[in-house]
Write a protein of this length. Sequence first.
Length: 450
Amino acid sequence: MSSNPVAETVASLMPRAKAELTELVAFRSVADFAQFPKSESEAAARWITEALTAEGFVDVSPLDTPDGTQSVYGYLPGPEGAKTVLLYAHYDVQPPLDEAAWTTPPFELTERDGRWYGRGSADCKGGFIMHLLALRALKANGGVPVNVKMIVEGSEEQGTGGLERYAEQHPELLTADTIVIGDAGNFRVGLPTVTTILRGMTLVRVQIDTLEGNLHSGQFGGAAPDALAALIRVLDSLRAADGSTTVDGLDASATWDGLEYTEEQFRSDARVLDGVGLTGGGAVADRLWARPAASVLGIDCPPVVGATPSVQSTARALISLRVPPGVDAAEATKLLQAHIEAHTPWGARVGVEQIGQGQPFRADTTSPAYQAMADAMAVAYPGESMQYAGQGGSIPLCNTLAGLYPEAEILLIGLSEPEAQIHAVNESVSPEELERLSVAEALFLRNYAG
């Protein structure tokens, strides 16, 4: 990175950033209170509240959102007549999955091989630290030239929509000229990237019932309708032979016209085992960013250990369906439900319960904010130009903000590049990416102020 005062300041602040991220990662802030104590999320919200207050933010407060979680808001006033920029991150995290599979404890930030490991280090507690670094660097070099609103969500990973509903009920709170969502990531380490589309999602729980109770498979198997077998048929119907998603009535033929994603690079990023083929047809970018994708997230059925010779009377599954821009998530939910019901065999009783939904998002890349970010990234990443990419994941709040503030420009950046392995065991963040993106965000705020 070429030497400049902002970059030098951010570099000097990196030890403090690591110490703060260590404290923040230590909170087991999974917003599923059936698995993790609500007190952990509340403690993380208090930590963020105190951090914003210490930075000079006013009107700092945890917001009690309709889903029972807290988002933290603060306002940092800039010069009179300045533009307003909303900075977003979230402090809730995914469950650590199998803690024993982590090389180091998931809630202890640990440096290893040049990266910092810990749940939330990249997604998205590191995003909040990135915002703080950018603002601190500007304060040390002439001041923050814009009004800054900060919102740090408490339940993004659960998709329960608490902050979305709160924003709809208080539309004046988050109004801004530009919104920077710090919850995306570069296409690869060292390649500055803005995410221009997000797939939406719907999350449904399916239950199939066939019998009043389990039956002995020797006495009744062969004629008794097996609920688990019925569920397996339903789940299999969501995929064609090549693995592409097939939901009746849902288009799966769109193509992506942005950054190319080679199969070789994807296999490496996804850590696909040797000899195992990729699923679906068309370019990898088509499959990830332009087409729907169904995933079975979990199944309730007897585990192998302790299983008895029984025909199952009931079985459940959790299904996620990602949908690209141009597809309404509510309509996709209706199609998915109809598909499940139509493909349930043997007249089995089936129930479909929606438990989460978020609309897809597409950014306007012709806006002045994008040029300001491109100029900033060119400085933070010498020799590289800003790339546009999609992201298969969902940030439901994006579409809510786009609807509430249609004139606002929305940019998505962040620390979740492929090596970060977000949502998996051994999630990590690159401190070099944290440093460079903090510089880029600081310079963007300065460029955007004019």
